[in-house]
Design a protein around this ligand. Structure first.
Ligand code: NAD
Ligand code: TYD
Length: 375
């Protein structure tokens, strides 16, 4: 077993720390280790938002660098200057629909960007005089690399063969292979986690759950792709962060860990559940109708009346499910939130944080939604 860093000794580079999961991870980590050193590197694409790092930006030991993970000299400089020994790599283009319309950005960031980070880590941690040992490169990946499952198939395990179906999934699969190769060939101390669909605060409203919440609040249609019977495993984002924390602390070099919520839902059922939660919230608090006058329940309509079936996503994976027994058995991982608790927290968070999402409903979101309906 390789020597490991204690969490208090870890000096982190968090790539994509202004995105959904990266920002949640920064909050999680700083709460656990307020004295630690953490540098975020984020290109602030449409999905990156410094407002998601509220409360952290001015803290001692927290630094924000705006930049591209493809800028290898910048990554080397950050590793040197801040004496960083741990990379937690979230930065990616992450939306399957966008990858179908425009795969190039996915190859650039997810494949070449990951390689740029690996190269920088190798140069600074392995090849420079003295090097940095121990160190850790943790790569955040997805269950989508395994492809799709039939209704009776067993869930994805770490040894399930890769069979990515979308350009997004293919680019993530390629990055996983590069991480594996850098461990195998150069001895870089890597770990990888493949997680199921996350939900929770700071989720950009192009993804299913925040899109549905905000569309209900604005009285817009709720687009259901195809028959809505596609199944995903959903995990509250804080539980994903907890899993990453455990892998950083206890994970074995060269290993991959699947993280999931034992929580499979058909899309249509999730959308109906969110509709019910918002109908109930509006019935219990009349002030909500004043704040969101266009919301279906404010107009005396059930939120479900907004459901609208649209053309299916090309190549749409039918079912994802995760076997998370390895991370449970070897690292003691169990998700802390039930789905009922996590989804209620998420709906409440969006109701209470219009200051966060309001600025996102401008051009990018409007154009994107229009583009989808135009197809
Ligand atoms: P996100 O799209 O919300 O955030 C991505 C972040 O990366 C943004 O802040 C963006 O500005 C930044 N970024 C993009 N390109 C960059 C570049 N070239 N250089 C530097 N920064 C760049 O994504 P997310 O949902 O938070 O996902 C984070 C990671 O987790 C991704 O690697 C994704 O594949 C993986 N993942 C996501 C989910 C999920 O349900 N969201 C599930 C499993 C795995
Ligand atoms: P999404 O949140 O994009 O995550 P992923 O594609 O990575 O699983 O989508 C979750 C599921 O919801 C997926 O099966 C596609 C479906 N979906 C819709 O039916 N309508 C929508 O408007 C969106 C964005 C997704």
């Amino acid at each position: 077993m390789a020597e490991k860093l204690m969490p208090a000794e870890m000096r982190l580079l968090v790539t994509g720390g202004a995105g959904f999961i990266g920002a949640n991870f920064c909050h999680y980590w700083r709460q656990r280790f307020p004295q630690g050193h953490l540098v975020v590197l984020d290109a602030l694409t449409y999905a990156g938002n410094q407002a998601s790092l509220v409360g952290l930006m001015n803290q001692a030991g927290f630094h924000f660098a705006e930049g591209d993970i493809n800028d290898t000299p910048l990554v080397e400089k950050l590793l040197h200057e801040h004496k960083l020994n741990t990379i937690v790599h979230f930065a990616a283009e992450s939306h399957v629909d966008r990858s179908i319309h425009d795969p190039d950005a996915f190859l650039h960031t997810n494949i070449l960007g990951t390689h740029s980070l690996l190269r920088a880590a190798r140069k600074v941690w392995l090849d420079a005089p003295g090097g940095v040992i121990p160190h850790r490169f943790h790569h955040i990946s997805t269950d989508e690399v395994y492809g799709t499952l039939g209704p009776q198939d067993p869930p994805f395990r770490e040894d399930t063969p890769y069979a990515p179906n979308s350009p997004y999934a293919a680019s993530k699969a390629a990055s996983d292979h590069l991480v594996r190769a850098y461990q195998h060939t150069y001895g870089l101390r890597t770990t990888t986690s493949n997680c199921s669909n996350n939900y929770g605060p700071y989720h950009f409203p192009e993804k299913l759950i925040p899109l549905v919440i905000l569309n209900i609040l604005h009285g817009r249609p709720l687009p259901i792709y195809g028959d809505g019977q596609q199944v995903r495993d959903w995990l509250f984002v804080e539980d994903h962060c907890q899993g990453i924390g455990l892998i950083l602390e206890r994970g074995e070099e060269g290993e991959s860990y699947n993280i999931g919520g034992h929580n499979e839902w058909a899309n249509l059922d999730i959308v109906r559940l969110i509709c019910e939660l918002l109908d109930t919230a509006f019935a219990a608090d009349t002030f909500l109708a004043q704040r969101f006058p266009h919301a279906a329940p404010a107009q005396g309509k059930a939120a479900e009346s907004l459901i609208s079936y649209v053309k299916d996503r090309p190549g749409h994976d039918r079912r994802y499910a995760i076997d998370a027994s390895k991370v449970g058995r070897e690292l003691g991982y169990t998700p802390q939130h039930s789905f009922a608790e996590g989804i209620r927290k998420t709906v409440d968070w969006y109701l209470q944080h219009s200051d966060w999402w309001q600025p996102l409903l401008g051009d990018v979101y409007a154009q994107w939604v229009q583009k989808q309906y135009a197809d």
